[in-house]
Structures are given as C-alpha cells and as structure tokens.
Design a protein around this ligand. Structure first.
Ligand SMILES: C[S@@+](CC[C@H](N)C(=O)[O-])C[C@H]1O[C@@H](n2cnc3c(N)ncnc32)[C@H](O)[C@@H]1O
Length: 451
C-alpha cells in the first residue's frame, strides 16, 4: 500500500518560553513536545462528571489553548463530545463554543461549565434522594403505574429489556424528584448525576456490560447496584468537583448543530481543538447514550434518526460521496478489493471529513490553526491511515499545511473502540491502534490580518 508522503513529527524538544516565536513556530514546537500526558491527573474540575468514550486528556487542548490564544479569544470544538476542549477554554478565560448533534454531549458540556451553588445543589440532590427512597419503600404501586403511562410501548420494552424492575422503580423515583426542581441549573446538574449512574464503564445500574465502550450486551446474571446508593455516591463526587469551578468565568455557548454546516460566521474563530468520531461507527455514541436519553423522554425513533446524521455512520444510501485526493482514494480502493461495502463506508467518512474540514477552514481567522485528534481504524485488515488521509484532504481543500504528531495512548485509561472483526491486524497496525494522531491544519494568512 502507498504510504502517503507527509512528515510525521517524532522528536520531542522541551517547550520553553514560546512568546517570542512566530505563530507557526509555536505550533511546530507544541506538536513536537510530549503529547502523551501519561500519569497526569485528568480528573480535575468538572472533567469527571460523567463517563464518555474516547475523551482526550484535558492537558491536550490546554497546551494549544494556552500557547496559541489569549484570554478572551474564541475557541471552538465542532464535535465537542464530553466538552473537554470547552471546559479548558472556560477554565483559562477564553470564550468557548461547542457544537454537537448529541443531546447528552451538549448537556454535559453545559453542566460542566456552569458554576453552581454547591450547598444548594447538595440540599436539592439529597432531598430528592430521600424522597425517592420513601417512594420506593411506600409507593411501589404508584411507580409501577407511572412506568406504564410515561413511556410508549417501544421505549417501555427497551427499559424492560435493560433494567430490572427494582432498578426501574428506583430510577423513576429519582427522576420524578429531579424533574420538579425549579432551578434549571441545579436540575440539569442532577440529571447528569442520574445519567452518570447508568452510563459507566461497567454498565452501571443497567443489565448492560461494556456500556461506555458503546457495545452493550445484556448480562442476566449481573447483579446491578442499587440506583439510590449509586446516585448518592456519584452526587457526592460531582459536588466535590463542582466546588472547583469559579463563578467569574465566561460561560461558553453550546449549539445543537452539524459540524459539516456550522452556524458560525467566516473568519471568527481563534483556535479549533477537536476530535471527530472514528470511521465506520467504531464508537457508537448513541447506542450508549440512549440508555439515559430514553429516561429523559426521547423516543428511540428520534435517537436513531439523529444517529444516522453522525459522522462515521455506516449507511451509504442517499449519501453524496465526494471526489477524494488520489492518495486517499488509493486507501479506499485497497479496502474495496476485499469488501466493497466497507470501502463505501470509508469513502463516506472521508467525504464527511472533507465537509467538516472545509467548515473549519471557513470559520477560522487567517493564520490560525485547527488541531484535529484522530485514531486510525482497521478495515478488513487494512489500516485506513486516517491521520494521513485527513492531512491530504485538508491540504486539498485549501489549508496552507497539515502537520501530524503522534501520541501514545495510556492503555489503562482510554476507552477505545473494540478491535474490528475480519482479518487479523498486523503488528504494525496493532501498534497504530494504540497511537493517536494530532493533525495541525494551518489557515493561510498572517495574524496581523486579525488585528
Ligand atoms: C470523539 S467524540 C469527541 C470527544 C471529545 N474530544 C471529548 O474529549 O470528550 C466525537 C463527537 O462527535 C460528535 N458528532 C458526530 N457526528 C457529528 C456531527 N455531524 N456534527 C457534530 N458533532 C458530531 C459525536 O456526537 C461525539 O460527541
């Protein structure tokens, strides 16, 4: 297979004072610095409110935000996920904008960047818990009745499949108490505590295993923990984290929109730090997020419609496949030799990448950078070379250059997609699966144009 011809940075100098450097030299120095961040605490401030697969460490966006922007500058993450970039923009006094299609992601970002009065939230949260305990002890009949009426048959069947009856009563009792809290900020904070006990690495209070890896399967012999106990524990943890958020920071904007059609003006963004989904739905966010979104009243149909718009979705019907740069087409063709359908999925992904990179180019100010973090995928035993392909696409649509740096993943920490089936991966590909690539796209122009 053709190796795309792009420089990959491997040397690692120390960052000293970057202030005297030009923007592009600063960017190059950052890319060549240690981007692994192993052994660093990533659970400070609100970062650990809720599990989320394939989060990047907060140190990563912070490095670029602190060294490439000033307080008051605008930092965008157009596929914001759990909000890591925007939390960092918020903590460092930048104006953050987060975009995502996923309702849970947007709520997560919002709650993580909204300081609350911790005593008030504690009082409301523990009062809701006490009342829920009482309902579960004394009014199971009422809870049973409400379960029958609150959800339509399809959602009811979903809940029945994934949650034991007792867990359902506990969750409904908690939810009914959270819903009546008047303060929207406290209510949203507690809804996330509720969601965080369902979506956990181990499947939380549901019968699912591997929920946060987005490949849930039901395990009947699993003894789910008490939702009430888990709520109490998670509430205490999130309250401790909430105490770290200062009230004087500027609150970011979170927008429900598509990264391929950003509702933002041209030349307005100082820095983008983002990570798109993997190709071929390797991490299926909605598959995990529906476990709590259904409790919040979303229908499975609504969620599946939303899922079909996700970047990396594998449906091809009705999708416009774009012309790709020749080296990228070579990769797609090599997958097509063994699996035509998979190749089309990959073609869709690189077409989507063309659209979201074009949007990033449009909204960035001249002379500014988009830092895009990607992992590679393996399709039918072939490395999709996502890093190199995105760099090629970026240059073909008009970025002045695209430089790739490598970081090595901390295997114990990072929630990665399950290895793809099909041919066994070679050891080279295996090694790449434990790496992540940071591509810095630079928009033509000088910083002076922004003054
Ligand atoms: C890899 S995650 C981002 C993780 C994030 N960097 C973090 O640290 O939490 C990718 C995100 O892209 C979102 N996404 C998928 N398709 C999208 C689209 N068309 N427009 C905007 N966001 C999209 C997914 O919902 C998911 O939250």
């Amino acid at each position: 297979m053709t190796q795309l011809e792009l420089d990959i940075i491997t040397a690692r100098p120390e960052i000293d004072s970057l202030l005297t450097y030009s923007y592009s030299d600063r960017l190059a120095t950052l890319l060549a610095s240690d981007l692994d961040f192993h052994g660093r605490n990533s659970a400070y401030a609100s970062h650990n409110y809720h599990a989320f697969p394939a989060k990047f460490p907060p140190q990563l966006p912070r490095l670029f935000i602190e060294n490439l922007t000033s307080p008051g500058d605008v930092v965008l993450d157009p596929m914001v996920g759990s909000g890591t970039t925007i939390v960092e923009a918020f903590l460092t006094g930048r104006r953050g904008i987060g975009v995502d299609l996923d309702p849970l992601a947007l709520q997560l970002g919002q709650v993580k960047t909204t300081p609350i009065q911790v005593e008030v939230a504690a009082e409301a949260g523990f009062a809701a818990l006490r009342k829920a305990q009482e309902l579960c002890q004394k009014q199971v009949g009422k809870l049973q009745n409400e379960l029958e009426h609150r959800f339509a048959p399809e959602e009811r069947a979903f809940i029945d499949y994934w949650f034991l009856p007792n867990t359902q009563y506990e969750l409904l009792a908690l939810l009914s108490q959270i819903e009546i809290i008047e303060d929207p900020t406290i209510r949203a904070f507690l809804e996330l505590v509720f969601s965080a006990i369902i979506i956990t690495k181990s499947g939380g209070v549901s019968l699912a295993r591997d929920l946060a890896h987005t490949r849930p399967h039901r395990v009947m012999e699993k003894q789910p923990r008490s939702a009430l106990m888990e709520f109490s524990k998670r509430l205490k943890k999130n309250l401790e984290s909430a105490a770290e958020l200062s009230a004087d920071l500027s609150i970011p904007d979170f927008i429900h929109s598509n990264a391929m059609a950003l509702p933002l003006q041209d030349n307005t963004i100082d820095l983008i730090v983002t990570s798109p989904p993997y190709a071929s739905n390797a991490i299926d966010y909605m598959r995990a997020h529906k476990f709590s979104l259904v409790w919040f009243g979303r229908t499975l149909k609504q969620l599946s419609d939303l899922r079909s718009q996700y970047i990396g979705h594998d449906a091809i019907k009705g999708f416009d496949l774009l012309t790709l740069p020749p080296p990228v087409q070579v990769i797609v063709d090599s997958v097509a030799q063994t699996d035509h359908k998979k190749a089309q999925t990959l073609h869709r992904y690189y077409s989507e990448a063309t659209c979201f990179l074009a949007e990033m180019l449009r909204v960035l100010k001249p002379g500014r950078a988009a830092v895009v973090v990607v992992g590679s995928s393996v399709m039918r035993g072939i490395d999709t070379q996502t890093d190199r392909c995105l760099a090629e696409i970026g240059k073909s649509i008009g970025f002045a250059n695209a430089t790739i740096a490598v970081r090595h993943l901390d295997r114990d920490k990072r929630m990665m997609p399950a290895r793809s089936r099909g041919k066994a991966a070679t050891s080279l590909i295996e090694a790449r699966m434990h790496e992540e690539y940071i591509i810095a796209f630079l928009k033509e122009g000088s910083e002076d144009e922004n003054l």
